[in-house]
Design a protein around this ligand. Structure first.
Ligand code: DGL
Length: 273
């Protein structure tokens, strides 16, 4: 690695969801260079087994390491819940996920000690959010609910579509009928439906997006390891985007999410890594 401080941070997700985390990192850490990988050929992760999610995560980290990243953010709750423990010790750079920051934000937000978590099937079945929340605050009641159709709705750009409202009602009616006062968007795709979820749930439930705390934790990690970029540019352009398929579709979508222009997206044969 030529210069550790100017090296980029690697961020990945199964598809477009992790862009919600990149957006927040770019806002809070504007001097950091970012290499993003979206596994658009293999999305969704939420219906896959733990072994497969670990294998995919290892391949992506190996690819990101070829870009000389100094740290990795797994901007995918599913991979954070099922693969972070396995990959963290396997690589010689820091790897962090979104579940711990998200859980912490919700524990801080709840007043009545009742938290809801929505996520993919795999995330909910892992019970990772409940485990992490209970390690932080054993008195908190956690209600988890899988909402698997939210991911394809987001990937298809269906935010404004009438079916999205119906799917939100189908999944979240039971959550709305509980007395939780905070709910974690435990999938990085879901913040892209946030305003619709907010319209349905109303004001009494605080919606927690782990992206904000994740960017704060990344800042802290880079500071602790003396790896912050002081503003010097690297040999990479500030933000680079890679996917495993359908680059143009991703690029168009990224331009609707990011506050800056995404001029190119590159395709990578991830199975080679
Ligand atoms: N955005 C990811 C997450 O946070 C994965 C969604 C999926 O691929 O199923 O869980």
């Amino acid at each position: 690695m030529k210069n550790r401080n100017t090296a980029p941070v690697g961020v990945f997700d199964s598809g477009v969801g992790g862009l919600t985390v990149v957006r927040e990192i770019a806002r809070q850490l504007p001097d950091e260079n970012i290499i993003y990988f979206g596994d658009t050929a293999r999305v969704p992760y939420g219906s896959k087994s733990q072994n497969t999610i670990i294998r995919f995560s290892e391949q992506i980290i190996r690819f990101l390491k070829t870009k000389h990243v100094k740290a990795i953010v797994i901007a995918c709750n599913t991979a954070s819940a099922l693969a972070l423990d396995a990959v963290r010790d396997e690589f010689d750079i820091p790897v962090m996920g979104v579940v711990i920051p998200g859980a912490r934000a919700a524990v801080e937000a709840t007043r009545n000690r009742k938290i809801g978590v929505v996520g993919t099937d795999a995330t909910v079945q892992s019970g990772m959010y409940t485990k992490v929340i209970h390690e932080m605050a054993s008195d908190v009641t956690v209600i988890e609910k899988a909402c698997p159709l939210f991911v394809p709705l987001v990937e298809e750009g269906f935010k404004e579509h009438v079916v999205t409202r119906e799917v939100i009602e189908y999944y979240l009616e039971s959550m709305r009928n509980t007395d939780i006062d905070a709910m974690i968007l435990g999938c990085t795709h879901y913040p892209l439906l946030r305003s619709k979820i907010r319209d349905y749930l109303g004001e009494k439930i605080q919606i927690v997006n782990p992206a904000y705390e994740t960017a704060m934790d990344l800042k802290e990690l880079l500071r602790e390891q003396n790896m912050e970029n002081g503003g010097a540019t690297s040999e990479h352009s500030r933000y680079s985007f890679y996917v495993s398929d359908a680059a143009e579709k991703f690029r168009k979508f990224a331009n609707t999410v990011m506050p800056f222009d995404v001029p190119t997206t590159n395709v990578v044969n991830i199975e080679e890594y």
